[in-house]
Design a binder for this molecule. Structure first.
Ligand SMILES: [Ca+2]
Ligand SMILES: [Ca+2]
Ligand SMILES: [Ca+2]
Length: 454
């Protein structure tokens, strides 16, 4: 996520806030690693981490809540605080309501060490979100969109979760593509837009904002997460930008592109879209070569409802024309993420993919259980690309009491698959929104930990 359950965190936060007394008595026990994994490092925090990003030795994370305290934090040399006293996190920015993804900005835009932060969500006082960029060395910051209460005149309120950078008008510079949404609860949006901001060659300012261009494709229910890739334009050998939208509210997985032969998005009459599937509340989506055959699939999750389990799906292309919904074939990787009686909870959230250990031929899929407080691994049962069978196991539980009827969930943020100690064994970075901790989960096979000692 990106990849995280901002949606879930909010809706989970409301009931747990109201039932805090019950929460203390029904709390279960953390299971710090299962099925060959163990917690090797905890860094305690003052606030619940949601989105995180590792930049060299530094950890950035965002925190948000219904009340005050939203901020972008940094902990320098963060691994030195493993299992030690709680470090002092620097609050870099406190002006963004409900800060979501922190993402690197391509160097060709502003030079090295720039990052974006997308912010906002639907609660009152949190819904005038924005996108901003900042330099990690100087902390110089610029607003890229209206919002976040900085001086810019009249503008509608929207919230933003992520950005991507592409040359949308084919003039040689990168423009900013994003999705924004406005609603007043976890319900159908009042407004939702997939749009891009045209690079003016300068940082946007109060009097010279980057020009907004809305994408006009018919099925265009972008709300929170989306992803981009380049696919071959049918009938040609040229590559073109294709945007996948995982519509949470619309419960649709959509593709958006332009029929303009030069891939110039200025011509709105050329914008097109299809609905690939409608299998649930789509959460995260990513174009990724899941099976290692050199071609990208769409990997996506759907969030559970009280009467429908959450799922992890892959959609592969089985024909040349990706513009036809029938060309996409769904593979159900796992379809039993837990349901909750409380409609404010759901599972799973986002995911991370990586070879489980050096030498593996095919990646393991790691999935955040979101409000079930778990982390899952889905290990491929075959190296053969056409085999989509996986073995699913839980590798971490925040609270072993969480079940269908529990009043409170436990929320895992946007997980990352990394190898922080470079030993060839993948480690999982878990922001525990419930425990106020950043956790590193390591494999027992790795020589750096022993499951017996912990
Ligand atoms: Ca451009
Ligand atoms: Ca593939
Ligand atoms: Ca490792």
């Amino acid at each position: 996520m990106l990849k995280f359950s901002a949606l879930a965190a909010l809706v989970a936060a409301v009931p747990s806030y109201k039932t805090s007394e019950i929460k203390n008595t029904e709390r279960g026990v953390e299971v710090p690693g299962e099925n060959g994994w163990t917690v090797s490092c905890r860094v305690e925090l003052d606030n619940p981490p949601a989105f995180s990003l590792i930049d060299g030795d530094d950890l950035f994370y965002t925190t948000f809540a219904i009340g005050p305290g939203d901020a972008v934090y940094r902990i320098k040399n963060w691994l030195s605080h493993c299992n030690g006293p709680k470090p002092d996190a620097e609050a870099l920015f406190t002006e963004f309501p409900w800060p979501n993804a922190i993402q690197p900005v391509p160097e060709e835009l502003y030079g090295p060490r720039w990052f974006s932060v997308s912010s906002g969500f639907f609660p009152n006082l949190k819904n005038d979100g924005c996108v901003a960029v900042f330099n990690a060395d100087t902390l110089e910051m610029h607003y890229m969109t209206p919002g976040c209460k900085h001086v810019q005149g009249e503008h509608p309120k929207f919230f933003y979760h992520k950005v991507e950078w592409h040359d949308m008008d084919q003039d040689g510079d990168l423009d900013m593509l994003t999705a924004r949404c406005l609603n007043d609860g976890p319900i159908t949006p009042i407004n939702q837009t997939l749009l891009w901001f045209e690079n003016s060659g300068q940082f946007p300012t109060q009097i010279s904002l980057w020009k907004e261009h809305e994408i006009a494709a018919g099925n265009n229910t972008a709300d929170v997460f989306f992803d981009t890739t380049y696919l071959t334009r049918p009938g040609t050998e040229k590559q073109q930008l294709v945007i996948a939208i995982s519509g949470f509210y619309s419960q649709q997985l959509e593709l958006v592109w332009t029929e303009d032969p030069d891939d110039d998005w200025l011509y709105v009459s050329k914008h097109r879209s299809i609905i690939v599937d409608n299998a649930g509340w789509y959460f995260e989506v990513e174009f990724h070569d899941v099976n290692g055959d050199g071609k990208k699939e769409m990997l996506t999750t759907t969030w559970s409802r009280s009467d429908q389990n959450g799922a992890l799906f892959t959609y592969s292309i089985n024909a040349a024309d990706w513009r036809n919904p029938d060309s996409w074939f769904r593979h159900d990787i796992y379809t039993r993420f837990p349901r909750f009686l409380n409609a404010g909870f759901g599972s799973p959230g986002g995911f991370a993919t990586r070879l489980k250990k050096a030498g593996d031929k095919r990646e393991t899929l790691f999935v955040s259980g979101d409000d079930d407080g778990q982390v899952y691994q889905h290990v491929p049962l075959s190296d053969i690309a056409s085999n989509w069978r996986y073995e699913t196991k839980s590798i971490y539980k925040t609270d072993d009491d969480i079940g269908y009827a529990t009043l409170t969930g436990a929320t895992i943020g946007q997980i990352q698959a990394i190898d922080h100690n470079k030993d060839g064994f993948t480690d999982i970075l878990i922001p525990s929104y419930t425990r106020n901790e950043m956790i590193i989960l390591e494999q027992c096979e790795s020589s750096s930990v022993s499951c017996d000692q912990i």
